[in-house]
Design a protein around this ligand. Sequence first.
Ligand SMILES: [Zn+2]
Length: 386
Amino acid sequence: MECGTSAAAAQLLKLLYDKRQMNMISTCAEPRKSTPPSVADDPRWARIVARDNTADGHLWYSVSTTGIYCRPSCPSRIANPRNVQLHDSLESAKATGFRPCKRCNPDGLSIDAENAALVAKACRLIEGSEEEPSLEKLADAVGRSPSYFHRMFRAATGVTPKDYAAAHRATKVRHGLSSHGTITEAIYDAGFNSSGRFYEKSTDMLGMTPSRYRAGGANEEIKFAVGQTSLGAILVASTNKGVAAILLGDDPDELVRDLQDRFPNAHLIGADHEYESLVAQIVGFVEAPRIGLNLPLDVRGTAFQERVWKALQEVPDGATVSYAEIALRIGAPRSLRAVAGACAANKLAVAIPCHRVVRNDGSLSGYAWGVDRKRALIDREASQSA
Ligand SMILES: [Zn+2]
């Protein structure tokens, strides 16, 4: 089993590699046979050809013809591997005496990571302000131009800063009136209208019918891509109907194997560049869980799992709840084990906030994606709650 899935993962990587390789050949004047095997056949080179940003920080390459060195995700045209040297450390890349590339800044944080950090900073600013900060003020605070900041914020979170502020206000109102159910709902709904476009979009992002899900994704094509968040690696997978899995972990390869185990009958496809913008949006949800909370989910599981997941979605961000409490809320007070099982079976990390379930005494119990990640999510949400 383990062997089979590894082989399949390797196959996927190879497909991705071949695809890039073909693209490269079509734009490259050098005939393939003149490429010596050393670099071109190195598995690390495949990650560079794929512009695999999960290799950033682990791998660098220098190009003798241009005299520069880059990180794997560098957007520049792929170099001829004949002129490339691979480096497993930044020191080794620097030792060539070449210059760091201006486009990918191989000495620093990746552009994505840098932007994610700036976006997170802007989110905290919005949350901490009484009045909604202007676009100019936010852009100024992170040292970017207003138009660049606006684009960057939207790429990372899927919403505009204005929409984000509106959603934040709505959540605040909801917390403030939590004892008055119907009023809360009315205001909550009103708050959402201001970011209607976002919710329209996200409705399309989720989905796969229960029967298909139960069949392990039989005859289903599932696209996937991996990325990085402040909590580690993330894998996002979608059917043609929407997002079917959000998985978190340390090792991208392991996440791919996990996906295969969860959808053993599906046809998994390494996703294209277009899909990466969706991944960037989900990364934004993970960085700002409040946005993820508001996603309309098409929940797919057994009837019992669906009840548990629905109850989880009703736990407000910034709050935690015990397994016993969830069991009570779904009217099955003796089903502690089954509740824990349903939490573990959740495959939409953060979007279905199973990280908010803790032991009776408030201590952290297990988390499918690691207890440290659970703690980080809980702490982040607590600090964001006014
Ligand atoms: Zn570069």
